[in-house]
Design a binder for this molecule. Structure first.
Ligand SMILES: CC(=O)N[C@H]1[C@@H](OP(=O)(O)OP(=O)(O)OC[C@H]2O[C@@H](n3ccc(=O)[nH]c3=O)[C@H](O)[C@@H]2O)O[C@H](CO)[C@@H](O)[C@@H]1O
Ligand SMILES: C=C(OP(=O)(O)O)C(=O)O
Length: 418
C-alpha cells in the first residue's frame, strides 16, 4: 500500500506555487458540456477527482485534451445523457453533471454520487430545486431519472446554502429561456468562479458571492478560455504545515481574501502573516496559542475543509481549544489517528476538545478522508521521529503534489509507491 513517509522536526522555509482549486475546476468541467463547441480551462490541477470528471465527460461523448494544466473539452457532440454508477460513485461532485446534462439534453439519468464518508450527504436540495424549475424526477433501481417538462421562471429558495445545489441550479438555469433567482445561495469563491466562467461562455448570471444569484437563461453558449482560481484549502494546508513546523514560507498564486477565516485563526495562534495581492507569507509562532473556539460555517465562515488541518495545529497548542463542526457529522475521524501520535483530543458529537501537548510522536496512521490525510501529514511534520500516512488515494483526490510541495519547502518527506 502506498504511503507518505515523514520524519518530523524540520522547519519549513521557501516558497511554492499553489495548485488550481479542486472545488472550482470540477463544476467548471461539468459546465463545459453546456457549450456545443470547445472550451479551454487553464490552471486545472492534476487530481484523481479531475481524472474521474474527465472520464465522465468522455463517457458523455466529449473529446478531451490535456496539456500540463490546460484541459480542452470539445462538447460539440454528446452521445449519452446518463452516467453509470461506476463513475458516479467515485466522487461527490459527479452530481453537478445533473443540471448540466438536463440543460443540454432535456433529460438525464444517473445514480447517487459517492465520495469521502463525512456522514450523510443527501441531495434533496438539488432535487427539490430542479423540480421547482420544471424538471420531473423519479427514482428507480438506484437511478435518478430526470426529464425537463417545461422550464419555469422561478425563484428557488435553498433551506441551506449548499455549494453543490447552487452550482447545479446555475448550470441548469443558465441554458434555458427563463429567469431564475437563487435565494440563500452558497457564497463560496468557487461559486463566483463558476459564474465568471459561465459568463465568459455567454451566460447572463449576476450576484454570485452574495446570497442572491440571478440567472437570465440564454439559448446557446460560445467557445471560451478560463483560468480556474487557486485552491484556498490547499493554501490553508501549507499554512498549517508551516505553523506547526516552526518555519516561515511564502505561497504564490493564491487569493488571500478567500481564506481570511483560516489566516485569522492562525494569527490568533500567534503566527505572523503578511498578504500581497496573490501571495501570502507566514512565520510560525514560537509557541502555538490555543483558540477558545472555531466553528465551521458556510463561506465566509471557517471552512469545514480546513477544519482537520487546523486540528493538527491546535494539537500542538499551549492550552485547550474547541472545534465545533457544523457542516459534516463525521468529520472528526482524524482525531483517533492523531491520538495514535499522542494527541489529546476528545470528541462528543459536533464538538472536539483539543488539549494541546508539547510534542507528538511519529506513528503509522490512516487517512480517513481527503482532509484527514492532509491533517495527518501536517501533524507529522512536527512530530518526533518517523510517521507513515496510509490511504494516500484520499489525498490524491484533492492535492496534486502534497508530499513534493512540502519537500520543496524543506520537509523530510517522501511518497512511497508500492
Ligand atoms: C466539490 C465541492 O465543491 N465540494 C465541497 C462542497 O461539497 P457539497 O456541495 O457536497 O456541500 P454542500 O454545501 O452541498 O453541503 C453542506 C451541507 O448541506 C447538506 N446538504 C447538501 C445538499 C443537499 O441536497 N442536502 C443537504 O442536506 C450536506 O449534507 C452538508 O451537511 O461544499 C462543502 C461545504 O463547504 C465542502 O466541504 C466540499 O469540499
Ligand atoms: C469534502 C470535500 O470534497 P468533496 O465534496 O468533493 O467530497 C473536500 O474537498 O474536503
Amino acid at each position: 500500500m502506498d504511503y507518505i513517509k515523514i520524519t518530523g522536526g524540520k522547519p519549513l522555509c521557501g516558497s511554492i506555487c499553489v495548485q488550481g482549486s479542486k472545488n472550482a475546476v470540477l463544476p467548471s468541467l461539468a459546465a463545459a458540456i453546456l457549450n456545443k463547441g470547445t472550451t479551454v480551462l487553464h490552471n486545472c490541477p492534476n487530481l484523481s477527482d479531475v481524472k474521474v470528471t474527465l472520464e465522465i465527460l468522455k463517457f458523455l461523448g466529449c473529446k478531451i485534451k490535456r496539456e500540463n494544466d490546460t484541459v480542452t473539452v470539445d462538447a460539440s457532440v454528446i452521445t449519452n445523457n446518463y452516467i453509470p454508477n461506476e463513475l458516479m460513485n467515485k466522487m461527490r461532485s459527479s452530481i453537478i453533471f445533473m443540471g448540466a446534462i438536463i440543460a443540454r439534453a432535456g433529460e438525464a439519468s444517473m445514480s447517487f454520487p459517492g465520495g469521502c464518508e463525512l456522514g450523510p450527504r443527501p441531495i434533496d436540495l438539488h432535487l427539490k430545486a430542479l423540480k421547482t424549475l420544471g424538471v420531473e424526477i423519479e427514482e428507480s433501481h438506484g437511478y435518478i431519472n430526470c426529464r425537463l417538462k417545461k422550464m419555469q421562471n422561478k425563484s428557488v429558495h435553498l433551506d441551506f446554502p449548499s455549494v453543490g445545489a447552487t452550482e447545479n441550479i446555475m448550470l441548469f438555469a443558465s441554458l434555458s429561456n427563463g429567469k431564475t433567482t437563487i435565494c440563500n445561495a452558497a457564497r463560496e469563491p468557487e461559486i463566483e468562479d463558476l459564474q465568471n466562467f459561465l459568463n465568459d461562455m455567454g451566460a447572463k448570471i449576476s450576484g454570485a458571492g452574495s446570497s442572491n444569484i440571478e440567472i437570465e437563461g440564454v439559448e446557446s453558449f460560445h467557445d471560451c478560455e478560463h483560468t480556474v482560481i487557486s485552491d484556498r484549502i490547499a493554501a490553508a494546508t501549507y499554512l498549517c504545515g508551516t505553523a506547526v513546523s516552526g518555519g516561515e514560507t511564502e505561497l504564490e498564486n493564491v487569493c488571500p481574501e478567500h481564506f481570511c477565516a483560516v489566516t485569522s485563526a492562525l494569527a490568533e495562534c500567534g503566527a505572523k502573516i503578511k498578504t500581497g495581492e496573490d501571495k501570502i507569507y507566514i512565520k510560525a509562532p514560537e509557541v502555538i496559542n490555543k483558540i477558545d473556539i472555531i466553528r465551521t460555517m458556510p463561506y465566509p465562515g471557517f471552512p469545514t475543509d480546513a477544519q482537520s488541518v487546523m486540528m493538527s495545529v491546535l494539537a500542538y497548542a499551549n492550552g485547550t481549544s474547541i472545534i465545533k463542526e457544523n457542516i459534516f457529522e463525521q468529520r472528526f475521524k482524524t482525531a483517533g489517528e492523531l491520538a495514535k501520535m499522542g494527541a489529546d483530543i476528545s470528541v462528543d458529537g459536533k464538538v472536539a476538545v483539543i488539549k494541546g501537548v508539547k510534542s507528538l510522536t511519529g506513528a503509522s496512521v490512516y487517512a480517513c478522508d481527503l482532509r484527514s490525510g492532509a491533517a495527518l501529514v501536517v501533524a507529522s511534520l512536527a512530530a518526533n521521529g518517523e510517521s507513515r500516512v496510509y490511504n494516500t488515494h484520499f489525498i490524491d483526490r484533492g492535492y496534486q503534489s502534497l508530499a513534493e510541495d512540502f519537500k520543496n519547502l524543506g520537509a523530510d518527506i517522501e511518497r512511497i509507491y508500492q
